[in-house]
Design a protein around this ligand. Sequence first.
Ligand code: GLN
Length: 311
Amino acid sequence: MMEIVVQALLDKAVADARPYAEKGRLATYIPELTKANRRALGVCVVDLDGNHWRAGDFDTTFTIQSVSKVATLLYALETCGIQQVLSRIGAEQTADAFNSIIKLETRNSGKPLNPFINAGAIALIAMLMEAVGEDLLSALLDYLKTLTGNRTLSVDADVLRSERATGDINRALAYYQKGMHTFTADVTAVLDVYFHMCSLEVQVIDLARMAALIASNGRHPATGEHHFSAESARCAKVLMTTCGLYDSSGWFALEVGIPSKSGVGGGILSVVPGQFGIGVVGPSLDDKGNSIAGVELLRRLSRTQGWSLFA
Ligand code: GLN
């Protein structure tokens, strides 16, 4: 019975939200991303027992982009502790674009405002590199494979090449922060990890499984193993709620109210605490870089199911 209800709910949400894709645009600043299917829209929901439901173009493969910043954050919280993460990388909204440099100079002496903007994710990776050393990329990849349950996760080599070829703003963010003594790690090595973490190929089920782990405060449904602490999960959910959709985070909290993290590949990872993990893909983006039909799909699910934290 439950099967049929959830499936019908997802099928309807996809059908209702799909027309919104027409109003958006593919990310163009990473040329390789313009090859995506603009009309694609897919969703996967995973419950805390590990059951899953999928609808729409759920078999679309896309690059994880900024959604990987959630895994990097969890890994940093587990490795370095919440105090160090919050003292070196803040927890405040920026109201600026995700790749903006302006507040590094005007507000915070080179310290990024949160781990979900590019400057913050780069600083987080640098902090981890200082702690973990050269094996950081393989450690992060392994962690992401564990969180998604997908041991075959790999990099899209063409997107990686495109990220590197066009990544000068990310280089600027990194060099500025290093110049301001935010970190001491080698910039080239830090960016290499950052570009790899953006270029991983995923499907919505991978995001939904990772989201379900956060929804269950780190506890794996099958093994009972904890992959991160409840405190790390709490921190991730807070930051997703306040900063997860770039400079649309306040609007998204009002309209949807589900802790989420978006990426310019069109993915969104969403957590309904204590209930479900959700993965969405829709490569057509709004002017802030969030999946336009994906956000609409989540808005409809949230409204009909009462999934807003603030309902
Ligand atoms: N690779 C992208 C960048 O660094 C990720 C940004 C995003 O998804 N918002 O610009």
